[in-house]
Design a binder for this molecule. Structure first.
Ligand code: ATP
Ligand code: MG
Length: 569
C-alpha cells in the first residue's frame, strides 16, 4: 500500500548532535558541507532501533542541506546476504527517506583499503602477527594490567609486506595470520592495544565473490570508508565511544585528504523487546516467530505488517529525541504514536471476535435494512457506508452477562442497550443447549429507535457493536501481546544465565475466528481499520480473496498517557 512519503518534520528537532552540526556549518568547516551516512551491516533486517539512527542520519542531512549515504558495512562475508541488502533498502525507502543514488558498499573499497593497509605497513604502523587468536587474547592484558608485545611485532617492513601479500593471495588458511595496527600494547584503552585490522577468511562474499581471502575489520573499514566518501559527521551509538581513538588513528595514519569525525548518541532501548540482530535471528531460526516480518517482531518489516505507518515511527523517533545518556523507552509510547495516527486515518468497521447470536423476535424474518454509518467521525471526508442489519445478529460474547456483575452495564436479561447505528434492543430470554451451554438470546427491538436514539429521550448505559448473521463474512483475526513476559529480556537472560527463549510469552499470539461486516470480506492487504471497541487492525498478506486475515496493530486503550503522567511527577 502506498504510504505518504514526506519525512520532513513540521518543526526541526533540537539535540546535541544538531547543535554540533549547526556550529560546524556556522564555522564554515568542510566548506559548510554536511555528509552523513547510515551504515547497516547486511546481516539481518532493520529494527526500530535502526529507525532512530536513520531518522537522525537522514534528518540531519536534510535539515542542513546535505546528503546522507546509504553505506552497507559488508565486511563479514560469513553472516551477510543480498536478502538483507534488499530488505534494508526497502525499509529505508518505506520509512520515507531517499539516498538519491548514494548507495555505497564498504566492499567497493576493498582495493583502496588494502592500499591503505600496505601504506601502514610501509610506515611501520602495522605488522603481520602469526599468533593464534588465543595467544593474542592472552597477551592483550586486562583493564588493570597492560598487554605484552607479540613476538612478531618487530618483523621488518619487507617481511610484513611479503606476508600480507601472500595472505591476500590465499596462501594461508583461516587464522594463520592477522594484520595488526602497531599502536601501544600498554594503552589504557584496550581498543588501542594493537587491534586486528585484517583477517583471513576463505569465504565467498555476496558482492565480491571469491576475489578476496582477507577481509578488513569494522574498526579499520568504517573510518576509512567515511573518509573515502567525504562523510563529515559519522553518527553512531555509544558503544563505539571507546573506539573513537582508533577511528581517528586509522584516518590519521592512512593520510586521507579528508578527516571525518565520529559522534556517539545513546541507542534506543525498548522494554519487553530485544533489539540485537543476533537474538532476533535466533527467534527466526528457531521458529519462535514466523519470520523477520512476524508482526510481533520489533523489525520495521514486522511493524509494517502489524499495521504501523512510517509517519508514526518517525513521530516516535522525534519524541524520544537524541541524547548521550542511555535509557529505556516504554513500548507504550510507540503504541501511543500509532494509535494517534490511526484514530485520524483509519475508517471504522464492525467485527465480532467471539460471536453470540441474538434473534430479534419482533423483527421481520426476511427484512434486511441498510444502516447509514459514518466511516470516520474524525474525518468527515471519509464519508459514509451502508451496513446491513437483519433479524439475527452477532454480538460479542463478553457483552452479555446472565447475572450481571456490579458495574456491568451491557446486555443482561430485562435490560435495554443500543446496537451501534441501529436500534435499541431489550433482552427477554436466554436459550441454552441441552448441556447448558449458552446458545442464543431472544430480544426485541424498538422500531422507533432506528439510528440508535429513542424519540422519547430515554437513555441506555451501553452501545454494542454487531454484525448481521446472514450477511457476515468470516475472517481470521490475530491478536498480539508482548513477545516477552519481562521488561528486560536480554538483561534477565544474561543475569540468570538463561536462554532468552525462557522469557518468551506463550500467549503472544491469539487467533480468533471472527464474524465481520460484509465490506471487509475483500479488504485490500495493508489497509487499516478501527474495529469498533476492539482496536486498530491491518489486513495481513496471508489474506485470500473473501478470506481476510487481520492483525491487531494496537488496542484502543492508551496506557502511555498514564505512564507519562507517572513519570512527569
Ligand atoms: P550488530 O549487533 O549486528 O552490530 P547493529 O544493531 O549495531 O547490529 P548495524 O547494522 O551495525 O547493526 O547498525 C547500523 C546503524 O544503526 C549503526 O550506526 C548503529 O549504531 C545503529 N543502531 C543499531 N541499533 C541501534 C539502536 N538500538 N538505536 C539506535 N541506533 C542503532
Ligand atoms: Mg553494529
Amino acid at each position: 500500500m502506498p504510504e505518504k512519503n514526506d519525512a520532513t518534520p513540521l518543526t526541526a528537532p533540537q539535540d546535541f548532535i544538531r547543535e554540533i552540526v549547526a556550529a560546524d556549518v556556522a564555522a564554515g568547516k568542510n566548506g559548510g558541507r554536511i555528509i552523513t551516512r547510515f551504515p547497516p551491516e547486511p546481516n539481518g533486517y532493520l529494527h526500530i532501533g535502526h529507525a532512530k539512527a536513520i531518522c537522525l542520519d537522514f534528518g540531519v542531512a536534510q535539515e542542513f542541506g546535505g546528503f546522507c549515504n546509504l553505506r552497507f558495512d559488508d565486511t563479514n562475508p560469513v553472516k551477510e546476504d543480498v536478502e538483507y541488502v534488499e530488505s534494508i533498502k526497502a525499509d529505508v525507502r518505506w520509512l520515507g527517506f531517499d539516498w538519491g543514488g548514494r548507495e555505497y558498499y564498504a566492499s567497493n573499497y576493498y582495493e583502496q583499503l588494502y592500499e591503505f593497509a600496505e601504506s601502514l605497513i610501509r610506515h611501520e604502523a602495522a605488522y603481520v602477527d602469526s599468533q593464534s587468536a588465543d595467544q593474542i587474547r592472552d597477551l592483550r592484558g586486562t583493564l588493570s594490567e597492560p598487554g605484552r608485545d607479540s613476538p612478531f611485532r618487530t618483523r621488518s617492513v619487507e617481511e610484513n609486506l611479503a606476508l600480507f601479500r601472500r595472505m591476500r593471495a590465499g596462501a594461508f588458511p583461516d587464522g594463520a595470520h592477522v594484520l595488526r595496527a602497531r599502536i601501544d600494547m600498554a594503552a589504557p584503552n584496550l581498543n588501542m592495544r594493537d587491534p586486528v585490522l585484517y583477517r583471513i577468511r576463505h569465504a565467498p562474499h555476496h558482492r565480491t565473490g571469491e576475489t578476496w581471502r582477507i577481509y578488513p575489520m569494522y574498526d579499520f573499514a568504517h573510518p576509512l570508508s567515511d573518509a573515502i566518501e567525504g562523510v563529515t559527521h559519522s553518527l553512531c551509538t555509544l558503544e563505539y565511544e571507546d573506539h573513537r581513538p582508533l577511528y581517528d588513528w586509522c584516518v590519521e595514519h592512512a593520510h586521507t585528504s579528508h578527516h571525518p569525525r565520529q559522534y556517539e548518541f545513546a541507542r534506543l532501548n525498548l522494554n519487553y523487546t530485544v533489539m540485537s540482530k543476533r537474538k532476533l535471528l535466533q527467534l527466526v531460526e528457531q521458529g519462535h516467530v514466523t519470520g523477520w516480518d512476524d508482526p510481533r517482531m520489533p523489525t520495521l518489516s514486522g511493524l509494517r505488517r502489524r499495521g504501523y505507518t512510517p509517519a508514526a515511527i518517525r513521530d516516535f523517533c522525534t519524541r524520544i529525541g537524541v541524547a548521550k545518556k542511555e535509557n529505556v523507552i516504554d513500548i507504550g509510547l510507540l503504541e501511543h504514536c500509532i494509535r494517534g495516527e490511526l484514530n485520524r486515518r483509519a475508517p471504522r468497521a464492525m467485527a465480532v471476535l467471539n460471536p453470540l447470536k441474538i434473534v430479534l423476535t419482533n423483527y421481520p424474518a426476511d427484512l434486511i435494512e441498510d444502516m447509514d454509518v459514518v466511516n470516520n467521525p474524525e474525518d468527515p471526508a471519509a464519508g459514509t457506508r451502508r451496513v446491513p442489519f437483519g433479524q439475527e445478529i452477532f454480538i460479542e460474547r463478553d457483552d452479555f452477562m446472565e447475572i450481571p456483575a456490579k458495574k456491568f452495564f451491557r446486555l443482561a436479561p430485562g435490560r435495554e442497550v443500543r446496537l451501534r447505528n441501529a436500534y435499541l434492543i431489550t433482552c427477554n430470554e436466554v436459550v441454552r443447549d441441552g448441556d447448558g451451554a449458552l446458545r442464543e438470546l431472544r430480544c426485541t427491538y424498538d422500531p422507533a429507535t432506528r439510528g440508535g436514539d429513542a424519540p422519547d429521550g430515554r437513555k441506555v448505559k451501553s452501545t454494542l457493536h454487531w454484525v448481521a448473521v446472514d450477511k457476515a463474512a468470516d475472517a481470521e483475526v490475530r491478536l498480539y501481546d508482548r513477545l516477552f513476559t519481562v521488561e528486560d529480556p536480554e538483561a534477565r537472560a544474561a543475569r540468570e544465565n538463561a536462554d532468552l527463549t525462557a522469557f518468551l510469552n506463550p500467549a503472544s499470539l491469539d487467533v480468533r475466528r471472527a464474524k465481520i461486516e460484509p465490506m471487509l470480506a475483500h479488504a485490500e492487504v495493508g489497509r487499516r481499520y478501527q474495529f469498533e471497541r476492539l482496536g486498530y487492525f491491518s489486513v495481513d498478506p496471508d489474506s485470500l480473496p473473501g478470506a481476510p486475515v487481520f492483525n491487531r496493530t494496537v488496542s484502543l486503550k492508551d496506557t502511555w498517557a498514564k505512564v507519562a503522567a507517572r513519570t512527569d511527577k
